[in-house]
Every structure is written in structure tokens, then in C-alpha cells.
Design a protein around this ligand. Structure first.
Ligand SMILES: Cc1cc2nc3c(=O)[nH]c(=O)nc-3n(C[C@H](O)[C@H](O)[C@H](O)COP(=O)(O)OP(=O)(O)OC[C@H]3O[C@@H](n4cnc5c(N)ncnc54)[C@H](O)[C@@H]3O)c2cc1C
Length: 496
């Protein structure tokens, strides 16, 4: 920072996208200041809450080895799978009903491997995703869901690695500094007005990168944009993503883009706090519903639990839970599937009941019509195809016949005690609508499509990538791809 408080580049936010932008701008030779609304203890945004799995394109082991160390023995002992650019595109297009912006998704997919190697070069340590998406099948480990890599230490670890890199690069971080407006000279952005410990301050810069999240933590904006009812959702992550950056940019004429009535939302413990708890991280989520039944207050099922791997349904099923009476659903399992449940089913803070008979369980499912629940389970059990083998590592086609909604995979009868049930509600992760950017530079475009001088954006704030749904592990990679790109171009523009 110069004596008059100016920088070459100001980055707003200090999550994954912002830190990637700051590092890339610094690499371009810029003096960089980061403004973070939260205190140091609460900083890091949703990135710090993230589980840390990351989806990127790789075609073979050699490419995977650009990201993680794999010994020859480990290579031989496992089927690591692939996530080819075609597979990544297919997932993104299929899940978004072919609405994803083709230029943005092209950038995301084709730059995803490079950005992982770049993060590694910045000190981020990646490890094999053994715990969440792999299993030993016939003596050989198999990774499934096209996502064999996670950050060591999850999202918390990621932010810690990037914080270290930012400190080593000499990037200034201003905590408890909430950006409130953009400083303009004509149509050119020349800095940020902020509130710092209750005092109004100004930061001047040649370029500004907004990477301060969506509006998921703002109940009023959520309800207005998504639909009535969304004010009742719990927030899975940070309370600081109030839509400030989006509002500031729209206020100076930035263009909006994407699925403004859409959001990433999952099943989340019914009694979790209103906002995320960094000590629990992502563990209030309950992602193993694919092996059980989802039951609403009327005792009925309401989605195809086994439509696909959770990676491809979890981000939209939270919204389905929100639509149910009372905004809750019980996830019900029998003992055949207990060993398959993810680690989040073994934490202390859970809303869980157990029973030795279905009749006893029916009485324990608070808020549920017990008679209707039993009818649902008996009809489901009768509908399960008994002639197809169960295999949790593939879409096994073990389905139901003759009931609505169907269960398309992993449909086993619910008949082996003890029975466990977990109460969930909707937890919102992030909002899909955001700003329109130039997909090659990250520069924000105005409502007419013209790039706004001096203004860039990255991360959750970018609109146009996700519609209706989302493939797991894409948020962090998208933040890194667009953060690095915006930071680089903001830095180069500032230094030219
Ligand atoms: C529980 C949970 C689990 C997840 N798991 C995964 C996962 O495993 N893999 C994956 O890819 N994605 C995951 N995600 C999604 C992922 O975390 C987000 O997509 C990603 O972190 C968004 O990064 P970002 O940098 O855009 O925003 P954030 O990380 O949210 O950062 C935004 C920052 O801006 C700051 N800020 C907000 N307003 C202002 C302001 N006015 N002035 C200054 N600063 C401001 C915030 O304090 C915050 O630090 C998960 C999310 C959650 C909540």
C-alpha cells in the first residue's frame, strides 16, 4: 500500500476465488490489497467450510500426477478412473439442462487441470479422495464419481495454504473491512469505499476484483430472488456473503447473468444453527440418502433418491426438501446400509432416532404421519426388484417397479433392524445468479455487454455457470479458474 492508501489491485473478499485472484495479480507485479468483511477468525468465506473435494478434467494417471503424488504401487492398486473434458462437459451440460454458458464452461473445464497444478505450485497440498468416493471392490480400490482428489485438510486447509502463500507474496489483508461501494471516475472503477471497524475508509486502485460471494446469507434477497420459502433455509456456510459485491456492481450498471432463481442447496441437519459452524464444517450435511428413503411429513417419498450418485443430485434435493410441508424430511436406513453411510452420519450433533421395528420407528419420526409412513415403506419394499444385485460403487440399476416416484438405483428393501433415521431440512450453499463477465478475462460487462474499465469478478459472484443443479466439487475449481484469470488480467491492466 502506498502512503495515500492506494494499491494497484484491490481484491474484495478472502475466500478461495479472492486469494487466487490476489496471488495471480501479485504474480503480474501488482501491489495487492485484500479487503475482508470478517475478522481473521471468521474469514475465509464458504471456501473454509468446504469439504475440499475438487472436480477437474484429467484423462490419465500422468495428468493426475500433476496434482497429487501417486506411487507406482498406488497407481497399480487402484482404478483411478478419468474425468475427461468430454465427461466434465457432459456432466455440466446434463445437470444444468444445457443452459450453462458455453464460453464460461469451456473456460472452466479446459483450464481446470492447469489451475490445480498452479494451486499446487502455490503450496496447496492435494491428497487422494479415499474416504468419500472410493471403495475396495473385488480386492481392488475403485474411485467413483470422477473425483479422486481433495485438498488436505478440506476447505479449511485450502484457505490456510493460500493464506500462507499470500503472506509470503507480501499481499496486505485488511480484516473487518466490509466493502460498501465502488469509486468511479466517469465509467472507470478506481477503488472501493468500505467500512472498517465502524469507520468509513476508501481504498484506491487501478483495478478492483470482486470475489465476495453470492447472496445466500441474505434472507431478504434470497426470498425475493429464489422464491418465498427460501428465507426458511439454513445457511451452510459463512454469514458474510450478503450479496454486497453483486449489489455494488449492479448499482453501477453491471450486467446480471445466470439462474437468479436457482441455488445450490442440500439436505442439512434439521437442528443445525442458522449459519455454518466452522468447528463442524460441512458435517451437518447428509449425503448418503441414495441408500435409503426420504420421507416427508405426510409419510411419503417425494424424490428418486437413487436417480444418480449423490454428486449429481444433492445440490438440488435441498430445494426439494424446502418444498415439503414443514420444510423437513427424514432419511431412513436399515442396518444393511449402515456401513455405507458417510462420516457425517457419525458426528455428535445430529437429529437421529433408532428403532428395532418399523412400527416403533414410525412413532419416533417426529412430525410424520406414522400410518402413511408404514404404507409407503411396505409399498416400496414390494416394488424393489429382487433380481438385480446391489453394488454401491456403480449405478447398479437395482430399482423399483410400479411406484411413484421410482427409485432408480441402490433400491434395497428396508427390512433389517435396527433402523436409523436422520431429520434434515434445506441448507443453502450458494446462489447461482451473478454478474456477467468476459469469459476470457474475468472483466465485468455492463448491461449493454461492454466491459467495465477496472472491474473484474470471480467465484460465486460469476453468473451463468450453474442452472438448476451442480456437479459436486466444481465450486472451488471454478473459484480458482476465474479467480486466477481475473487477478492476472486485473494485475496486467494495472501494470500496463
Ligand atoms: C458446507 C459447504 C461445503 C462445501 N463443499 C465443497 C466442496 O467440497 N467442493 C467444492 O468445490 N465446493 C464446496 N463448497 C462450495 C464452495 O465452498 C464455494 O463454491 C466456494 O468456496 C466459493 O468461493 P468464493 O471465493 O467465491 O466465496 P467465499 O469463499 O464464500 O468467499 C467470499 C468472501 O467474501 C467476503 N465478503 C463478503 N462480503 C464482503 C464485503 N462486502 N466486503 C469484503 N468481504 C466480503 C466473505 O467474508 C468471504 O471471505 C461447499 C460450500 C459449503 C458452504
Amino acid at each position: 500500500m502506498t502512503k495515500d492508501g492506494s494499491y494497484d489491485v484491490i481484491v474484495v473478499g478472502k475466500g478461495n476465488a479472492a486469494l487466487c485472484a490476489a496471488l495471480a495479480a501479485r504474480d503480474a507485479g501488482a501491489r495487492v490489497g485484500v479487503l475482508e468483511a470478517a475478522s481473521a477468525e471468521e474469514s475465509g468465506g464458504n471456501s473454509r467450510f468446504a469439504g475440499g473435494v475438487m472436480r477437474f478434467a484429467f484423462h490419465n494417471l500422468e495428468e493426475l500426477r500433476r496434482v497429487i503424488d501417486i506411487t507406482d504401487q498406488e497407481a497399480a492398486d487402484a482404478d483411478w478412473g478419468t474425468n475427461t473434458t468430454e465427461e466434465f462437459f457432459d456432466d455440466l451440460f446434463r445437470l444444468t439442462h444445457y443452459k450453462t454458458d458455453p464460453d464460461l464452461s469451456e473456460t472452466l473445464v479446459t483450464k481446470s487441470l492447469d489451475v490445480m497444478a498452479w494451486l499446487r505450485s502455490k503450496g496447496v497440498k492435494f491428497v487422494a479422495n479415499y474416504g468419500r468416493q472410493s471403495a475396495v471392490v473385488n480386492g481392488r480400490r475403485r474411485f467413483f464419481g470422477r473425483m479422486p482428489v481433495e485438498v488436505s485438510g478440506g476447505g479449511w486447509g485450502l484457505v490456510e495454504f493460500l493464506d500462507k502463500a499470500a503472506a509470503a507474496a507480501g499481499i496486505d489483508i485488511h480484516y473487518a473491512t466490509r466493502a460498501k461501494g465502488l469509486i468511479l471516475d466517469g465509467d472507470r472503477v478506481l477503488g472501493v469505499r468500505a467500512s472498517q471497524h465502524g469507520k468509513a475508509v476508501e481504498f484506491h486502485a487501478k483495478s478492483v476484483v470482486l470475489a465476495c460471494g453470492g447472496f445466500e446469507a441474505n434472507a431478504e434477497m434470497r426470498t425475493r430472488s429464489l422464491r418465498p420459502g427460501w428465507e426458511l433455509a439454513k445457511v451452510r456456510g459463512t454469514r458474510f456473503n450478503q450479496g454486497d459485491g453483486i449489489q455494488m456492481a449492479l448499482g453501477i450498471g453491471a450486467g446480471s447473468h445466470g439462474n437468479w432463481s436457482g441455488a445450490h442447496a442440500t439436505g442439512w441437519d434439521l437442528n443445525a444453527p442458522a449459519y455454518g459452524d466452522l468447528n463442524v464444517g460441512d458435517q451437518f450435511q447428509k449425503h448418503s440418502y441414495i441408500f435409503g428413503l426420504l420421507i416427508n411429513a405426510q409419510g411419503k417419498r417425494f424424490v428418486d433418491e437413487g436417480y444418480d450418485f449423490h454428486s449429481f443430485t444433492y445440490a438440488k434435493y435441498g430445494g426439494e426438501v424446502l418444498k415439503q410441508p414443514g420444510q423437513f424430511a427424514w432419511q431412513v436406513f436399515d442396518s444393511k446400509t449402515t456401513k455405507l453411510l458417510r462420516s457425517e452420519y457419525r458426528i455428535k450433533m445430529m437429529t437421529k432416532v433408532s428403532a428395532n421395528t418399523l412400527e416403533e420407528l414410525a412413532q419416533k419420526l417426529e412430525g410424520v404421519d406414522p400410518k402413511a409412513f408404514l404404507e409407503t415403506v411396505h409399498a416400496y419394499n414390494d416394488a424393489v426388484r429382487k433380481d438385480i444385485a446391489f453394488d454401491h460403487t456403480i449405478k447398479d440399476g437395482k430399482c423399483t417397479e410400479g411406484i411413484e416416484p421410482p427409485k432408480s438405483n441402490w433400491a434395497q428393501t428396508l427390512d433389517t433392524p435396527p433402523f436409523d433415521a436422520y431429520a434434515t431440512t434445506c441448507g443453502i450453499t450458494f446462489t447461482f445468479g451473478g454478474l456477467r463477465i468476459d469469459p476470457a478475462t474475468g472483466q465485468v460487462r455492463d448491461v449493454m455487454g461492454t466491459c467495465i474499465d477496472g472491474l473484474y469478478c470471480a467465484g460465486e459472484m460469476v453468473g451463468g455457470l450453474f442452472y438448476f443443479n451442480y456437479p459436486s466439487g466444481t465450486g472451488l475449481v471454478s473459484g480458482a479458474v476465474f479467480g486466477r484469470m481475473a487477478g492476472h488480467h486485473a494485475g496486467c491492466a494495472a501494470m500496463s
